[in-house]
Write a protein that binds this ligand. Structure first.
Ligand SMILES: [Zn+2]
Length: 399
């Protein structure tokens, strides 16, 4: 029996998703849940676009030579889902695809930094005993992004990443962030000189940003050291979510070199970064942290319009249309039921705002708006769209 605030129980109660044995580790997203996943992805997209990233999409299945080049075939083979009978695998990360993309894009050395982002679906062959709701899946979406830059641009890029991460996490109710520095693992690519340089670059940029971190020796990715950003939820549990890595290994293995216009070619540094990592896992954390009552900008349904007993159905439908035209996620509750029932049902589903529309409101040209804290006020129908848009606006992305 799951606890009420377990994200799997919330997923069921709020009609968001389900999991079943025949697709262990993959999510069946229901309409309300997909709305939620999209709302998070849209906000992450606003942030990266505002920071000058361009969105790309790389293939889902890549063959052995690419994975040999990236080192995954030798170091991460057991974590990859091979495609039956052939030396091909579903991608566990988007990095190699992005290396190929940027090589073909062929930027000049003076074009750097070049930033690309992908909301990519990835697969990892997790053992069935390790699977745990949205927290540990075999198929999930990543807010993956790579910055191709020069060494001296690393501090600026790190600063940009840290500012956007702090702003996003604060908007979701996580103020307390810890940072860990994950150094070279025992299974790695690249010689010690390369790792010395990569770790120094990352540490210097992090110091420049005023970060204080704890050391996690041996926990880095096999191609570079990383900073991990750890948030704490309302139960005091620590979750590592955002990461940024300095990579001097893959640019060399993929033979990246960009011309400087004077006959020279230079190898870029690649920063691998994700603000949340797995979107599904992050939603699991958010659902438990907020007990299913998500901030209004993220809520799968932001407003319920309730008609009153004894009339108001047409007025309620008009209010719904106003909200939909304003781009809000709204639903009409025109059941023949008392308002108190509609209020408690909306509350149970974590819908932050309720708009009541009855015959008396219609005569006044207004509706009754009920806020998350229970406060109520009249809002003119003509102002309803703008008012709810303001209340449900996502946080403004940092540049
Ligand atoms: Zn990467």
């Amino acid at each position: 029996m799951l606890h009420d605030d377990d994200h799997r129980a919330l997923g069921h109660r709020l009609g968001l998703f389900h999991l079943q044995e025949e697709a262990a580790g993959s999510v069946f997203w229901h309409p309300r849940g997909l709305m939620l996943l999209r709302a998070l992805e849209d906000q992450l997209r606003r942030i990266v676009l505002r920071q000058g990233y361009r969105e790309v999409r790389s293939p889902q299945v890549l063959s052995q030579p690419i994975w040999e080049r990236s080192g995954h075939w030798s170091v991460f083979r057991e974590g990859m889902l091979a495609v039956e009978g052939e030396a091909r695998a579903l991608k566990p990360v988007s990095c190699p695809g992005h290396m190929e993309l940027v090589r073909r894009m062929g930027p000049l050395w003076s074009d750097l930094p070049l930033r690309i982002a992908e909301f990519g679906l990835v697969h990892r062959d997790e053992p069935s005993g390790a699977l745990h709701g949205l927290f540990r899946l075999r198929q999930f979406s990543q807010d993956d992004g790579h910055v191709f830059c020069r060494e001296e641009q690393v501090p600026d890029e790190l600063g940009r990443f840290v500012r956007s991460l702090r702003a996003l996490y604060a908007a979701l109710g996580f103020e307390d962030l810890q940072v860990a520095f994950s150094g070279r693992p025992s299974k790695r690519l690249g010689d010690d000189a390369v790792w010395d340089r990569a770790e120094a670059l990352l540490a210097e940029a992090a110091r420049g940003e005023g970060l204080v971190w704890s050391e996690q020796p041996g926990e880095g990715a096999f191609y570079g050291p990383k900073l991990e950003f750890v948030l704490r939820d309302r139960l005091g549990r620590a979750w590592q979510c955002g990461t940024i890595q300095v990579d001097l290994v893959l640019p060399e293995r993929f033979g990246l070199g960009f011309p400087d216009g004077a006959g020279g070619r230079h190898r870029p540094v690649v920063l691998h970064r994700a603000l949340v990592g797995s979107l599904e896992r992050f939603l699991g954390i958010l659902l438990e942290h907020h007990r299913g009552r998500l901030p209004a900008w993220l809520a799968p349904e932001q407003v319920v319009v309730a008609s009153l007993e004894g009339g108001g159905a047409v007025h309620a439908r008009n209010a719904l249309r106003v909200l939909e035209e304003a781009g809000l996620r709204a639903r009409l509750d025109d059941r023949d039921a008392p308002l108190s029932k509609k209020v408690s049902d909306a509350h149970r589903l974590g819908v932050p705002y309720l708009v009541a529309a009855g015959p008396r409101d219609e005569a006044k040209g207004s509706v009754r708006l009920r806020e998350p804290d229970g406060a109520q006020r009249d809002v003119q129908l003509g102002a309803l769209g703008a008012e709810l848009s303001r209340l449900c606006a996502p946080p403004h992305p940092h540049s």
